[in-house]
Ligand binder design. Sequence first.
Ligand code: SF4
Ligand code: SF4
Length: 164
Amino acid sequence: MANAKGVRACQPCTACCDGWVQMIINGVPVYPGRPCPHSTGQGCDNYQHRPIDPCGNFNCGWILPDSPLPEWLRPDNGKVIVIFNKTRWNGLPVDLAVPVGKKIPPRSLEWLKKFSAQRMRPLLYTEQLVENGLFQKQQQVFAYGPPAFQQEMQRMQQEGEQLW
Ligand code: SF4
Ligand code: SF4
């Protein structure tokens, strides 16, 4: 939601605190299906003292002051968290999109792919793996962009290399 000065605010989104981004908070692993212990479901119960890393440094693409993401792509609405410049490939910035839920909805993914093609920003996006009704820590990763980028990401995955 934008305030009078056009600065966005998270509320009512709590997607990153709800575990859709994997992180460790004060030694506690947070991942899909396991929200941060400080998340009330409506915010942080210790916001003033939240860790600098990862909370203070978290670069949610939607909340950035100059974010190119439209209002409707707020993570709780668009069901995707976008992290710009997660890595680089052949001199190009590579963005990462992770779903808020099992997978990124078609409307959001189409928007991100169009943005990727128009701005020459290769895109990595993920889908949650589910076993016995439970989200797994491991995610399936897809690459969108130049064929050479897709091929290299596929090779790296097959060889067990870190993509970012
Ligand atoms: S995902 Fe982005 S908009 Fe949502 S709570 Fe986290 S920082 Fe705020
Ligand atoms: S400590 Fe607070 S701000 Fe950080 S992930 Fe947990 S609930 Fe969110």
